[in-house]
Design a protein around this ligand. Sequence first.
Ligand code: SF4
Length: 324
Amino acid sequence: MSVVEKEVKTKTPLIEIKNLSKSFTIGGQELKAVNNISLSIQPGETVGLVGESGCGKSTLGKTVIRLHRATSGEVLFEGENILSLPEKPMKKFRKEMQIIFQDPYASLNPRMTVEELIGEPLSIHKIVTGKAKKDRIKELILQVGLKPEHLQRYPHEFSGGQRQRIGIARSLALNPKFIVCDEPISALDVSIQAQVVNLLKQLQQELGLTYLFIAHDLSMVKYISDRILVMYLGNMMELADSETLSREPLHPYTQALMSAVPIPDPEVKRERIVLEGEVPSPLNPPSGCVFRTRCIHAMDICTKQVPNWKEVKNGHFTACHLYN
Ligand code: SF4
């Protein structure tokens, strides 16, 4: 049993997502963006969330922290179902849960200085004022690897990586326990992505943070995550610790995603599995297994029956008739 698995089994979850669904109504039709997701996240853990764009990853992240109102299900934060809380008691939990957005430029008000941007959450939640506030802002800017002289500048004066650091400082201002990292590196140059991921790892160690890390680049997710959940068309396909998922993916969709990840060792050869066809419309998902229209192993039963979510090996779950 790996260290992470041991920890996963012994700690009480920080976040417990239970049968969470989120639908939108579009042109009178129901679009199931997130369908019956259940997942526990332990304190200090990073769970990576992967899948092609439009698979519901970001909607799930935003629904967990109540930026979207869930259609059904529960989200327990330290045992309390935050989805049923009125806004006033919810305020305490809003401080504990933050989000880092994909596009650091769009998420920062261009008319505010860095000092104002980082200080804004402190003012809204009336955490500190005056000199204590200035000191806290200075501490935060240093924590993300920028300098106090950057505080009087505006977002357009920074590179993409620096802007994301400002976004991270803002998300840390209220001392959260849980951060949804919503594709925080997707808009950045490859050379900068590793720096931001390393900063997030370092902050996690220093501050004991827990992450839900959303991305479509599996190699980076593999690097930062303890466990990885693979989603397709709003549904859970596979969940395992990141080493097992990389070495031994069970679900045909995960196998295809993994086959596209470059292997650093030139001696190791892996056959590339190219997925044919487009992701079906979530307005009209396939019957049975939602992946069946692109699956090279699809059988009769896959059309008729939704595969069960099953623990195939210790801590390794998948939803596929090949293992039911
Ligand atoms: Fe493929 Fe069937 Fe498994 Fe779906 S349930 S992934 S269609 S084999």
